[in-house]
Design a protein around this ligand. Structure first.
Ligand code: HEM
Length: 422
């Protein structure tokens, strides 16, 4: 593929331009006269880079692109500012906190179930609505049926259509003179105002993620988030915790539809469990892990070198983009047996755990990983207890990497009611 064709393909879909050698290489360098970047599919090297967040911080361009929406939220900051925010956020997800949030997940799952009818269901739309409901309940104690909460998600969708999370130009940190799409600023402003309003209307009796972020003090500095910071972090939770979970769930459902034997085994496991008892569903957890291995919702993690050094003998300059790829590491041919096949049973054998990092790794690992896993398992359990899933003949979804890994034109699955409990 020529350079121009590759660039066009990249703008359409980040995967389309990626060379096939990334499935077996340790590192690939991309060079142009004005530009160079490194993609690192080798799991050990990727982990090393993710561990060293000072040598490989998030790029200033990310903060620039998402600033109008996220302000100084933890997702875009670095150094002491980032560490202070994590010290407040991490305790909100630690210990038994995730378990305390399972009733909200279960309630949103019941609403999702009530909207399913036998026949062909487009699951990307279904899961987007259901995970939006979960995150609204968990963060704000609101539901998707609340008019203001629904308005937030409507505006959010407008924003996403106008301004992807990281445009290719930003991901690759191309020079400033390359035009960027800067639409979506109005939607971002509106969103922040609506979220600020929702926060202002709280009466202080709520027990949710937001109350945990505004209440307990950060042990290091003694300071919780200010009102402005709270808006930044709340908007970020909506962004980080909704699309990602919807993507993971949609692909997990498709994998189960494709694999009747695994589906039957998972359905048998969940038949006698309460759906919230996610710790009692080890096979379903493996289904979730395997789906995220094949379809990591965040396929690429962009970083930027902070100082001159060398990577595998190649010189790296400060500011060079270094991109980690959960997609390629999770399918790396030197590390995984039958890397492109869905086989949840592999998790009960020996697997290269270090090559699996859909939630990132190291100090910047996703703080919502435990929550998202509980959500994924509970939703899958609720669906499998009631429905059998089958692929629609000839309808094969093609994954494309936009904001998260999505299908080019939706994922359709045939739902038939399970007549008897297994
Ligand atoms: C399947 C669902 C999810 C996946 C695959 C996922 C994946 C990720 C990944 C890969 C990152 C790191 C991005 C990077 O370093 O460039 C991240 C960061 C983050 N995620 Fe998640 N996430 C999921 C769900 C959630 C949920 C439910 C929440 C909150 C309720 C959440 C909150 C965050 C936050 C706050 C960060 C920023 C952490 C930091 O920069 O230190 N995520 N997530």
């Amino acid at each position: 593929m020529g350079r121009l064709a590759r660039w066009r393909a990249f703008r359409r879909d980040m995967f389309a331009s990626q060379p096939a050698r990334l499935y077996h290489a340790k590192m690939a360098e991309m060079k142009a006269p004005f530009y160079r970047s490194f993609t690192v599919p080798d799991p050990a090297l990727a982990r090393q880079i993710l561990d060293d967040h000072e040598a490989y911080p998030k790029s200033a361009f990310l903060a620039d692109t998402l600033g109008p929406l996220l302000g100084r939220a933890v997702f875009v900051t670095n150094g002491a500012e980032w560490a202070r925010a994590r010290a407040v956020i991490d305790p909100a997800f630690s210990g038994g906190r995730v378990r305390e949030m399972t009733p909200q997940i279960h309630a949103a799952g019941q609403v999702m179930l009530s909207g399913i009818w036998a026949g062909i269901v487009e699951v990307e739309a279904m899961t987007a609505r259901a995970t939006a409901d979960v995150i609204l309940r968990a963060v704000f104690s609101r539901t998707i049926d609340d008019a203001r909460a629904r308005a937030i998600f409507g505006t959010f969708q407008t924003y996403q259509r106008a301004q992807p999370l990281a445009s290719p130009v930003d991901l690759l940190r191309l020079p400033k003179w390359i035009p960027r799409r800067r639409r979506g600023r109005r939607a971002a402003r509106q969103l922040r105002l609506m979220v600020a309003d929702l926060i202002a209307d709280r009466d202080g009796t709520e027990d949710d993620l937001l109350s945990r972020l505004s209440g307990p003090k950060d042990s290091g500095t003694g300071a919780a988030f200010s009102a402005e910071e709270l808006v930044d972090q709340a908007v970020m939770f909506l962004l980080a915790g909704h699309e990602t979970s919807a993507s993971g769930l949609s692909w997990a459902l498709y994998c189960l539809a494709l694999s009747p034997a695994d589906q039957l085994r998972a359905a048998a496991e969940v038949a006698s469990c309460a759906p919230t008892e996610f710790a009692k569903m080890p096979f379903l957890r493996d289904v979730w892990r395997e789906a995220l291995r094949l379809y990591p919702p965040v396929p690429m993690l962009p970083r930027e070198a902070s100082k001159a050094h060398s990577l595998r003998g190649r010189p790296v300059r400060p500011g060079d983009p270094v991109i980690l790829s959960p997609w390629h590491s999770g399918r790396h041919e030197r590390h995984w047996d039958r890397p492109h096949e869905f086989d949840p049973s592999r998790w009960s054998r020996t697997v290269p755990h270090h090559a699996w990092f859909p939630f990132s790794a190291g100090p910047r690992i996703c703080p919502g990983a435990g929550f998202a896993t509980a959500e994924g398992i509970i939703f899958l359990a609720l669906i499998l207890q009631n429905w059998r899933l089958d692929v629609v003949e000839g309808d094969v979804p093609r994954p494309v990497a936009h904001l998260t890994v999505r299908s080019e034109s939706g994922i359709r699955i045939r739902f038939s009611r399970r007549k008897t409990r297994i």
